[in-house]
Write a protein that binds this ligand. Structure first.
Ligand code: GLN
Length: 484
Protein backbone atom coordinates (compact mmCIF):
# COMPACT_ATOMS: atom_id res chain seq x y z
CA UNK A 1 0.00 0.00 0.00
CA UNK A 2 2.80 2.39 0.92
CA UNK A 3 4.32 2.27 -2.56
CA UNK A 4 1.18 3.58 -4.23
CA UNK A 5 1.03 7.14 -5.54
CA UNK A 6 -1.50 9.61 -4.17
CA UNK A 7 -3.78 9.13 -7.17
CA UNK A 8 -3.55 5.32 -6.85
CA UNK A 9 -4.41 5.62 -3.15
CA UNK A 10 -7.28 7.97 -3.93
CA UNK A 11 -8.77 5.62 -6.51
CA UNK A 12 -8.26 2.60 -4.21
CA UNK A 13 -10.15 4.45 -1.49
CA UNK A 14 -12.94 5.43 -3.86
CA UNK A 15 -13.24 1.91 -5.23
CA UNK A 16 -13.46 0.53 -1.68
CA UNK A 17 -10.31 -1.64 -2.08
CA UNK A 18 -9.23 -0.40 1.35
CA UNK A 19 -10.53 2.17 3.80
CA UNK A 20 -8.79 5.27 5.10
CA UNK A 21 -8.80 3.67 8.56
CA UNK A 22 -6.87 0.69 7.14
CA UNK A 23 -4.50 2.96 5.28
CA UNK A 24 -3.82 5.15 8.30
CA UNK A 25 -3.35 2.09 10.52
CA UNK A 26 -0.88 0.73 8.00
CA UNK A 27 1.15 3.94 8.03
CA UNK A 28 0.99 4.31 11.81
CA UNK A 29 2.25 0.73 12.07
CA UNK A 30 5.20 1.56 9.81
CA UNK A 31 6.00 4.65 11.84
CA UNK A 32 5.82 2.57 15.04
CA UNK A 33 8.21 -0.06 13.78
CA UNK A 34 10.52 1.88 11.46
CA UNK A 35 10.83 5.43 12.78
CA UNK A 36 12.84 4.55 15.88
CA UNK A 37 15.91 4.29 13.71
CA UNK A 38 15.17 7.50 11.78
CA UNK A 39 13.61 10.00 14.23
CA UNK A 40 11.67 11.65 11.42
CA UNK A 41 8.65 12.51 13.57
CA UNK A 42 8.56 14.82 16.59
CA UNK A 43 4.89 14.07 17.29
CA UNK A 44 2.75 11.21 16.01
CA UNK A 45 -0.96 12.07 16.17
CA UNK A 46 -2.30 8.50 16.33
CA UNK A 47 -5.76 9.02 17.79
CA UNK A 48 -6.37 12.26 15.97
CA UNK A 49 -5.34 10.64 12.68
CA UNK A 50 -7.68 7.71 13.29
CA UNK A 51 -10.57 10.10 13.96
CA UNK A 52 -9.76 11.96 10.72
CA UNK A 53 -9.60 8.63 8.88
CA UNK A 54 -13.03 7.60 10.21
CA UNK A 55 -14.44 10.94 9.04
CA UNK A 56 -12.79 10.41 5.64
CA UNK A 57 -14.38 6.96 5.34
CA UNK A 58 -17.79 8.49 6.06
CA UNK A 59 -17.19 11.07 3.34
CA UNK A 60 -16.08 8.36 0.93
CA UNK A 61 -19.25 6.39 1.68
CA UNK A 62 -21.39 9.48 1.06
CA UNK A 63 -19.59 10.22 -2.21
CA UNK A 64 -18.82 13.82 -1.23
CA UNK A 65 -15.02 13.91 -1.17
CA UNK A 66 -12.13 16.30 -1.54
CA UNK A 67 -9.07 15.71 -3.71
CA UNK A 68 -7.06 14.16 -0.86
CA UNK A 69 -9.81 12.48 1.17
CA UNK A 70 -8.32 9.81 3.39
CA UNK A 71 -4.69 10.30 2.25
CA UNK A 72 -2.16 10.20 5.15
CA UNK A 73 0.43 12.97 5.17
CA UNK A 74 2.97 14.50 7.55
CA UNK A 75 3.24 18.19 8.37
CA UNK A 76 6.63 19.78 8.99
CA UNK A 77 6.55 20.89 12.62
CA UNK A 78 6.82 24.53 11.53
CA UNK A 79 3.12 24.60 10.52
CA UNK A 80 0.81 25.53 13.39
CA UNK A 81 -1.68 22.71 13.93
CA UNK A 82 -4.60 23.33 16.23
CA UNK A 83 -4.55 21.28 19.42
CA UNK A 84 -1.19 19.69 18.51
CA UNK A 85 2.30 20.55 19.75
CA UNK A 86 4.01 22.76 17.17
CA UNK A 87 7.64 22.92 18.29
CA UNK A 88 9.51 24.20 15.22
CA UNK A 89 12.25 21.80 16.35
CA UNK A 90 13.01 24.02 19.35
CA UNK A 91 13.03 23.67 23.10
CA UNK A 92 11.55 27.18 23.04
CA UNK A 93 8.24 25.78 21.74
CA UNK A 94 8.41 22.34 23.33
CA UNK A 95 5.26 23.09 25.34
CA UNK A 96 3.43 25.09 22.65
CA UNK A 97 0.06 23.66 21.67
CA UNK A 98 -1.11 25.74 18.75
CA UNK A 99 -4.53 27.36 19.21
CA UNK A 100 -5.03 27.65 15.44
CA UNK A 101 -4.20 26.05 12.09
CA UNK A 102 -1.78 27.41 9.50
CA UNK A 103 -3.51 28.03 6.16
CA UNK A 104 -1.56 25.14 4.63
CA UNK A 105 -2.83 22.84 7.39
CA UNK A 106 -6.45 23.97 7.11
CA UNK A 107 -6.39 23.70 3.30
CA UNK A 108 -4.95 20.18 3.34
CA UNK A 109 -7.44 19.13 6.00
CA UNK A 110 -10.33 20.67 4.09
CA UNK A 111 -9.18 18.65 1.06
CA UNK A 112 -9.55 15.52 3.20
CA UNK A 113 -5.91 14.74 4.03
CA UNK A 114 -5.20 12.94 7.31
CA UNK A 115 -2.32 14.30 9.41
CA UNK A 116 -0.25 11.39 10.75
CA UNK A 117 2.07 13.65 12.70
CA UNK A 118 4.56 16.48 12.81
CA UNK A 119 7.89 15.97 11.08
CA UNK A 120 11.26 16.67 12.67
CA UNK A 121 13.24 19.65 11.40
CA UNK A 122 16.22 21.86 12.13
CA UNK A 123 15.50 24.31 14.95
CA UNK A 124 13.44 27.19 13.50
CA UNK A 125 14.35 25.81 10.05
CA UNK A 126 17.97 26.90 10.45
CA UNK A 127 20.21 24.20 9.13
CA UNK A 128 21.12 21.92 6.25
CA UNK A 129 21.44 18.60 8.06
CA UNK A 130 18.61 18.32 10.59
CA UNK A 131 21.25 18.18 13.34
CA UNK A 132 20.11 21.41 15.06
CA UNK A 133 16.74 19.98 16.17
CA UNK A 134 16.13 19.96 19.94
CA UNK A 135 14.62 16.50 19.33
CA UNK A 136 17.83 15.03 17.97
CA UNK A 137 19.11 14.42 14.45
CA UNK A 138 17.13 12.64 11.75
CA UNK A 139 18.89 9.76 9.98
CA UNK A 140 18.91 9.34 6.24
CA UNK A 141 16.95 6.15 5.35
CA UNK A 142 19.42 5.37 2.53
CA UNK A 143 22.33 5.28 4.99
CA UNK A 144 21.65 5.97 8.64
CA UNK A 145 25.19 7.30 9.19
CA UNK A 146 24.34 10.18 6.85
CA UNK A 147 22.22 13.28 7.35
CA UNK A 148 18.87 13.55 5.53
CA UNK A 149 19.56 17.21 4.73
CA UNK A 150 17.69 20.10 6.26
CA UNK A 151 15.83 21.87 7.41
CA UNK A 152 12.88 19.72 6.23
CA UNK A 153 14.88 16.57 6.98
CA UNK A 154 12.10 14.79 8.88
CA UNK A 155 9.64 15.33 6.03
CA UNK A 156 12.14 14.09 3.44
CA UNK A 157 13.15 11.01 5.45
CA UNK A 158 9.51 10.14 6.20
CA UNK A 159 8.50 10.36 2.53
CA UNK A 160 11.56 8.38 1.37
CA UNK A 161 10.96 5.69 4.01
CA UNK A 162 7.28 5.45 3.01
CA UNK A 163 6.09 6.51 6.47
CA UNK A 164 3.54 8.87 4.88
CA UNK A 165 2.17 9.34 1.37
CA UNK A 166 3.48 12.92 1.18
CA UNK A 167 4.64 15.73 3.43
CA UNK A 168 4.92 19.47 3.64
CA UNK A 169 8.19 21.33 3.86
CA UNK A 170 9.44 24.90 3.86
CA UNK A 171 12.31 26.38 1.91
CA UNK A 172 14.08 29.59 2.94
CA UNK A 173 17.43 28.79 1.33
CA UNK A 174 17.01 25.25 0.05
CA UNK A 175 15.26 23.38 2.85
CA UNK A 176 12.81 21.55 0.58
CA UNK A 177 15.16 20.90 -2.35
CA UNK A 178 18.34 19.93 -0.49
CA UNK A 179 16.74 17.25 1.77
CA UNK A 180 14.70 16.04 -1.23
CA UNK A 181 18.00 15.56 -3.07
CA UNK A 182 19.69 13.77 -0.14
CA UNK A 183 16.70 11.46 0.44
CA UNK A 184 15.88 10.69 -3.21
CA UNK A 185 12.43 12.31 -3.35
CA UNK A 186 10.69 15.09 -5.27
CA UNK A 187 10.53 18.51 -3.58
CA UNK A 188 9.00 21.71 -4.91
CA UNK A 189 9.67 25.19 -3.57
CA UNK A 190 7.01 27.42 -5.15
CA UNK A 191 7.33 31.05 -6.24
CA UNK A 192 7.45 33.38 -3.23
CA UNK A 193 3.81 34.25 -2.51
CA UNK A 194 2.30 31.17 -4.18
CA UNK A 195 1.59 29.38 -0.87
CA UNK A 196 0.35 31.24 2.21
CA UNK A 197 2.79 31.71 5.07
CA UNK A 198 0.00 32.29 7.61
CA UNK A 199 0.66 30.06 10.59
CA UNK A 200 4.02 28.92 9.25
CA UNK A 201 6.44 29.94 12.00
CA UNK A 202 8.58 32.70 10.51
CA UNK A 203 12.33 32.38 9.99
CA UNK A 204 13.18 34.92 7.25
CA UNK A 205 9.89 36.32 6.02
CA UNK A 206 11.06 37.58 2.62
CA UNK A 207 12.47 34.15 1.74
CA UNK A 208 10.28 31.52 3.48
CA UNK A 209 7.96 29.48 1.28
CA UNK A 210 6.07 26.24 1.94
CA UNK A 211 5.76 23.45 -0.59
CA UNK A 212 5.18 19.74 -1.15
CA UNK A 213 7.63 16.87 -0.62
CA UNK A 214 6.52 13.73 -2.43
CA UNK A 215 7.70 10.62 -4.26
CA UNK A 216 6.79 11.97 -7.70
CA UNK A 217 6.01 15.14 -9.64
CA UNK A 218 2.49 13.80 -10.18
CA UNK A 219 1.95 13.69 -6.40
CA UNK A 220 3.55 17.12 -6.00
CA UNK A 221 1.01 18.53 -8.48
CA UNK A 222 -1.86 17.17 -6.38
CA UNK A 223 -0.43 18.56 -3.15
CA UNK A 224 0.43 21.98 -4.60
CA UNK A 225 -3.04 22.24 -6.11
CA UNK A 226 -4.46 22.23 -2.59
CA UNK A 227 -1.72 24.29 -0.90
CA UNK A 228 -1.48 27.17 -3.43
CA UNK A 229 -3.54 30.34 -3.65
CA UNK A 230 -4.00 33.81 -2.28
CA UNK A 231 -4.81 34.18 1.42
CA UNK A 232 -6.05 37.42 2.92
CA UNK A 233 -4.23 36.50 6.13
CA UNK A 234 -0.85 36.67 4.36
CA UNK A 235 -0.34 40.04 2.68
CA UNK A 236 2.60 38.67 0.68
CA UNK A 237 0.57 35.87 -0.87
CA UNK A 238 -0.12 36.68 -4.50
CA UNK A 239 -3.54 36.92 -6.12
CA UNK A 240 -2.63 34.96 -9.21
CA UNK A 241 -4.95 32.22 -10.51
CA UNK A 242 -3.89 28.67 -9.60
CA UNK A 243 -3.76 26.59 -12.79
CA UNK A 244 -4.74 22.92 -12.87
CA UNK A 245 -1.27 21.45 -12.33
CA UNK A 246 -2.25 17.92 -13.34
CA UNK A 247 -3.56 18.68 -16.83
CA UNK A 248 -0.25 19.90 -18.23
CA UNK A 249 1.93 17.20 -16.64
CA UNK A 250 2.12 15.16 -19.82
CA UNK A 251 2.82 18.06 -22.22
CA UNK A 252 5.42 17.47 -24.87
CA UNK A 253 8.94 18.78 -24.22
CA UNK A 254 9.79 19.18 -27.88
CA UNK A 255 11.82 22.36 -28.29
CA UNK A 256 12.09 23.01 -24.54
CA UNK A 257 15.11 25.24 -23.96
CA UNK A 258 17.15 24.14 -20.94
CA UNK A 259 19.77 26.53 -19.57
CA UNK A 260 22.79 25.07 -17.81
CA UNK A 261 24.48 27.77 -15.72
CA UNK A 262 28.24 27.35 -16.02
CA UNK A 263 28.63 28.49 -12.39
CA UNK A 264 26.69 25.40 -11.21
CA UNK A 265 29.20 23.02 -12.79
CA UNK A 266 32.38 24.46 -11.34
CA UNK A 267 35.22 22.86 -9.40
CA UNK A 268 33.12 22.61 -6.22
CA UNK A 269 30.83 20.01 -7.81
CA UNK A 270 31.54 16.34 -7.05
CA UNK A 271 32.50 14.57 -10.31
CA UNK A 272 30.13 11.63 -9.77
CA UNK A 273 27.21 13.94 -9.00
CA UNK A 274 28.06 15.84 -12.20
CA UNK A 275 27.94 12.57 -14.15
CA UNK A 276 24.44 11.80 -12.82
CA UNK A 277 23.26 15.27 -13.80
CA UNK A 278 24.71 14.79 -17.30
CA UNK A 279 22.83 11.51 -17.62
CA UNK A 280 19.54 13.23 -16.78
CA UNK A 281 20.26 16.05 -19.23
CA UNK A 282 20.91 13.43 -21.92
CA UNK A 283 17.43 12.00 -21.19
CA UNK A 284 15.94 15.44 -21.70
CA UNK A 285 17.67 15.70 -25.06
CA UNK A 286 16.02 12.41 -26.03
CA UNK A 287 12.69 13.96 -25.02
CA UNK A 288 13.28 16.78 -27.51
CA UNK A 289 14.85 19.47 -25.35
CA UNK A 290 17.65 21.76 -26.46
CA UNK A 291 20.49 22.64 -24.12
CA UNK A 292 22.02 26.11 -23.90
CA UNK A 293 24.93 27.20 -21.72
CA UNK A 294 24.02 30.25 -19.66
CA UNK A 295 25.70 32.34 -17.02
CA UNK A 296 24.46 33.50 -13.63
CA UNK A 297 27.47 35.69 -12.85
CA UNK A 298 26.53 36.65 -9.30
CA UNK A 299 26.11 33.05 -8.07
CA UNK A 300 29.13 33.26 -5.75
CA UNK A 301 27.50 36.18 -3.93
CA UNK A 302 24.31 34.27 -3.05
CA UNK A 303 25.53 32.52 0.12
CA UNK A 304 27.14 35.63 1.71
CA UNK A 305 24.09 37.73 0.77
CA UNK A 306 21.71 35.17 2.27
CA UNK A 307 23.72 35.01 5.48
CA UNK A 308 23.10 38.72 6.01
CA UNK A 309 19.43 38.85 4.94
CA UNK A 310 18.24 35.63 6.64
CA UNK A 311 19.87 36.28 10.06
CA UNK A 312 18.69 39.93 9.98
CA UNK A 313 15.09 38.85 9.42
CA UNK A 314 15.36 35.99 11.92
CA UNK A 315 16.73 38.26 14.65
CA UNK A 316 13.62 40.38 14.26
CA UNK A 317 11.15 37.45 13.92
CA UNK A 318 12.55 35.57 16.90
CA UNK A 319 12.39 38.59 19.20
CA UNK A 320 8.81 37.52 20.02
CA UNK A 321 10.09 34.51 21.98
CA UNK A 322 10.71 36.42 25.18
CA UNK A 323 9.39 34.02 27.82
CA UNK A 324 6.38 36.24 28.45
CA UNK A 325 3.64 35.47 25.99
CA UNK A 326 4.32 31.87 24.99
CA UNK A 327 7.19 29.47 24.68
CA UNK A 328 9.82 28.46 27.18
CA UNK A 329 10.10 30.44 30.43
CA UNK A 330 12.99 30.01 32.87
CA UNK A 331 12.33 29.07 36.49
CA UNK A 332 12.24 31.77 39.20
CA UNK A 333 13.37 34.86 37.28
CA UNK A 334 14.89 37.58 39.51
CA UNK A 335 13.53 40.42 37.38
CA UNK A 336 12.36 41.12 33.84
CA UNK A 337 15.82 41.25 32.35
CA UNK A 338 16.75 37.95 33.97
CA UNK A 339 13.50 36.46 32.59
CA UNK A 340 14.36 37.50 29.02
CA UNK A 341 17.98 36.48 29.24
CA UNK A 342 17.57 33.08 30.80
CA UNK A 343 14.41 32.13 28.88
CA UNK A 344 16.12 32.87 25.57
CA UNK A 345 19.46 31.32 26.61
CA UNK A 346 17.74 28.11 27.66
CA UNK A 347 15.11 27.99 24.89
CA UNK A 348 17.32 28.50 21.82
CA UNK A 349 20.10 26.25 20.57
CA UNK A 350 23.55 27.31 19.37
CA UNK A 351 22.78 27.79 15.67
CA UNK A 352 19.72 29.93 16.37
CA UNK A 353 21.72 32.07 18.81
CA UNK A 354 24.49 32.48 16.25
CA UNK A 355 21.99 33.77 13.67
CA UNK A 356 20.29 36.14 16.13
CA UNK A 357 23.67 37.61 17.04
CA UNK A 358 24.75 38.04 13.41
CA UNK A 359 21.39 39.53 12.44
CA UNK A 360 21.24 41.93 15.34
CA UNK A 361 24.76 43.10 14.51
CA UNK A 362 23.97 43.56 10.80
CA UNK A 363 20.89 45.64 11.59
CA UNK A 364 22.43 47.83 14.26
CA UNK A 365 22.93 51.56 13.72
CA UNK A 366 26.01 52.29 11.65
CA UNK A 367 26.17 48.75 10.20
CA UNK A 368 22.82 48.67 8.43
CA UNK A 369 24.12 50.42 5.31
CA UNK A 370 27.27 48.34 5.16
CA UNK A 371 25.52 44.98 5.51
CA UNK A 372 21.75 44.78 5.17
CA UNK A 373 21.35 47.50 2.55
CA UNK A 374 24.30 46.14 0.56
CA UNK A 375 22.85 42.63 0.72
CA UNK A 376 19.51 43.88 -0.61
CA UNK A 377 21.31 45.56 -3.51
CA UNK A 378 23.15 42.35 -4.38
CA UNK A 379 19.87 40.50 -4.11
CA UNK A 380 18.68 42.65 -6.99
CA UNK A 381 21.70 41.74 -9.08
CA UNK A 382 21.01 38.06 -8.44
CA UNK A 383 17.37 38.44 -9.58
CA UNK A 384 18.57 40.28 -12.69
CA UNK A 385 20.88 37.35 -13.56
CA UNK A 386 17.83 35.06 -13.64
CA UNK A 387 15.74 37.60 -15.55
CA UNK A 388 18.34 37.70 -18.31
CA UNK A 389 18.61 33.93 -18.36
CA UNK A 390 14.86 33.45 -18.74
CA UNK A 391 14.92 35.62 -21.86
CA UNK A 392 16.85 32.77 -23.50
CA UNK A 393 15.61 29.58 -21.82
CA UNK A 394 12.42 28.01 -20.43
CA UNK A 395 13.95 26.22 -17.49
CA UNK A 396 17.32 26.22 -15.76
CA UNK A 397 18.86 22.94 -14.64
CA UNK A 398 21.79 21.90 -12.53
CA UNK A 399 22.66 19.92 -9.43
CA UNK A 400 20.65 20.60 -6.26
CA UNK A 401 23.70 20.06 -4.07
CA UNK A 402 27.46 19.84 -4.67
CA UNK A 403 27.69 16.35 -3.14
CA UNK A 404 25.53 13.50 -1.89
CA UNK A 405 24.45 13.35 1.77
CA UNK A 406 27.35 13.93 4.17
CA UNK A 407 27.99 12.13 7.46
CA UNK A 408 26.19 12.96 10.70
CA UNK A 409 28.58 15.18 12.66
CA UNK A 410 30.83 15.75 9.66
CA UNK A 411 30.07 19.46 9.24
CA UNK A 412 28.40 20.18 12.57
CA UNK A 413 31.36 22.13 13.98
CA UNK A 414 32.04 24.14 10.86
CA UNK A 415 29.10 26.45 10.09
CA UNK A 416 30.67 27.98 6.97
CA UNK A 417 31.21 24.59 5.30
CA UNK A 418 27.64 23.71 6.27
CA UNK A 419 26.35 26.96 4.75
CA UNK A 420 28.14 26.21 1.48
CA UNK A 421 26.10 23.02 1.00
CA UNK A 422 23.26 25.33 -0.13
CA UNK A 423 25.34 27.05 -2.78
CA UNK A 424 23.06 26.03 -5.69
CA UNK A 425 19.72 26.54 -3.95
CA UNK A 426 19.94 29.88 -2.15
CA UNK A 427 19.91 32.25 -5.15
CA UNK A 428 16.45 30.93 -6.08
CA UNK A 429 15.05 32.11 -2.73
CA UNK A 430 16.77 35.49 -2.98
CA UNK A 431 15.09 35.95 -6.38
CA UNK A 432 11.73 34.50 -5.21
CA UNK A 433 11.64 31.96 -8.05
CA UNK A 434 10.18 28.43 -8.02
CA UNK A 435 12.63 25.52 -7.83
CA UNK A 436 12.39 21.79 -7.70
CA UNK A 437 14.60 18.81 -6.95
CA UNK A 438 14.00 15.39 -8.46
CA UNK A 439 15.98 12.19 -8.00
CA UNK A 440 18.38 11.06 -10.73
CA UNK A 441 20.96 8.27 -10.86
CA UNK A 442 22.38 7.64 -7.35
CA UNK A 443 26.11 7.61 -6.56
CA UNK A 444 27.29 4.61 -4.49
CA UNK A 445 23.73 4.00 -3.32
CA UNK A 446 23.21 7.60 -2.25
CA UNK A 447 20.56 9.76 -3.97
CA UNK A 448 21.39 12.70 -6.23
CA UNK A 449 19.00 15.57 -6.99
CA UNK A 450 18.57 17.39 -10.28
CA UNK A 451 17.45 20.96 -9.68
CA UNK A 452 14.93 22.60 -12.02
CA UNK A 453 14.44 26.36 -11.74
CA UNK A 454 11.51 28.10 -13.41
CA UNK A 455 10.37 31.63 -14.06
CA UNK A 456 7.89 33.27 -11.66
CA UNK A 457 4.69 31.21 -11.27
CA UNK A 458 5.98 28.57 -13.70
CA UNK A 459 5.24 25.72 -11.27
CA UNK A 460 3.08 23.97 -13.91
CA UNK A 461 6.04 23.98 -16.32
CA UNK A 462 8.43 22.61 -13.68
CA UNK A 463 5.99 19.84 -12.77
CA UNK A 464 5.54 19.00 -16.44
CA UNK A 465 9.31 18.88 -17.07
CA UNK A 466 9.85 16.76 -13.96
CA UNK A 467 6.97 14.41 -14.75
CA UNK A 468 8.19 13.71 -18.28
CA UNK A 469 11.57 12.57 -16.93
CA UNK A 470 9.81 10.42 -14.33
CA UNK A 471 7.71 8.79 -17.08
CA UNK A 472 10.84 8.00 -19.09
CA UNK A 473 13.05 6.77 -16.21
CA UNK A 474 12.72 4.88 -12.93
CA UNK A 475 15.08 6.80 -10.63
CA UNK A 476 12.21 8.19 -8.55
CA UNK A 477 10.78 4.73 -7.83
CA UNK A 478 13.73 3.37 -5.86
CA UNK A 479 13.15 2.76 -2.15
CA UNK A 480 15.83 2.54 0.52
CA UNK A 481 16.71 -0.95 1.79
CA UNK A 482 14.46 -2.01 4.63
CA UNK A 483 11.76 0.49 3.71
CA UNK A 484 10.44 -1.10 0.48
N1 GLN B 1 20.29 25.76 5.14
C1 GLN B 1 19.79 27.09 5.05
C2 GLN B 1 19.87 27.76 6.40
O1 GLN B 1 20.33 27.15 7.32
C3 GLN B 1 18.38 27.10 4.52
C4 GLN B 1 17.38 26.76 5.54
C5 GLN B 1 15.99 26.78 5.00
O2 GLN B 1 15.78 26.78 3.79
N2 GLN B 1 15.04 26.86 5.90
O3 GLN B 1 19.47 28.89 6.56
Amino acid sequence: MHNKSISELASGLRAGEFSSVELVQHYLGRIGSLDKGLNSFITVCGERAMAQARAADEQLASGVTGPLTGIPIAQKDIFCTQGVKTSCGSRMLDSFISPYDATVVSKLQAAGAVTLGKANMDEFAMGSSNETSWYGPVKNPWDTDKVPGGSSGGSAAAVAARLCAAATGTDTGGSIRQPAAFCGITGLKPTYGRVSRYGMIAFASSLDQGGPMTRSAEDAALMLQVMAGVDNRDSTSVDEPVPDYSVTLGDDLDGLRIGLPKEYFDAGLDAEVAASIDLAIAEYKKLGAEVVEITLPNTALAVPTYYVVAPAECSSNLARFDGVRYGHRCDDPKDLEDLYKRSRSEGFGAEVKRRILIGTYALSAGYYDAYYLKAQQIRHLISDDFKRAFERVDVIMGPTTPSTAFGIGEKADDPVTMYLSDIYTIAVNLAGLPGMSIPVQPVSGRPVGLQLIGNYFAEAKLLNVAHRLQQATEWHLAAPDGFE
